[in-house]
Design a protein around this ligand. Structure first.
Ligand code: AMP
Ligand code: ZN
Length: 112
């Protein structure tokens, strides 16, 4: 499958790893929008939040268990934002479910 995030999981495309376990992989965004900008992705191909179902939602649960550890390791004790862009109106560019963990400075109140 021609998916860049599947290739990152497989090691076919290099990435800057922040965290990994059997369910998810986290790496630093190549074009960071905040001082800390990490992406967390499931180790199975789910196209977007629209593709979450009863069979694969365990990956999402495991990602959210990992996020506090990833945030703590990145020094985000003052807080952070979790974003997942889903579909065209949200400007999703990579069609493999991912959660942006963003922080390291005060973020704007306005989200859209
Ligand atoms: P989205 O627009 O929500 O689909 O987010 C995709 C994100 O993936 C963007 O923030 C990109 O900067 C990031 N991205 C794309 N390719 C790579 C890559 N090879 N390594 C790290 N981050 C990437
Ligand atoms: Zn994929």
């Amino acid at each position: 499958m021609d998916c860049i995030f599947c290739k990152i999981i497989n090691g076919d495309i290099p990435s800057s790893k922040a965290y990994e376990d059997e369910w998810c992989y986290a790496f630093h965004d190549i074009n960071p929008q905040t001082p800390v900008h990490i992406l967390v992705i499931p180790k199975t191909h789910i196209a977007s939040a629209d593709g979450i179902d009863a069979e694969n939602s365990v990956y999402v649960a495991k990602i959210f268990e990992a996020i506090p550890k990833i945030a703590a390791a990145a020094g985000l004790e003052r807080g952070y934002r979790i974003i997942s862009n889903c579909g065209e109106d949200a400007c999703q560019t990579v069609k493999h479910l991912h959660f942006h963990i963003m922080g390291g400075r005060r973020l704007p109140e306005n989200m859209g």
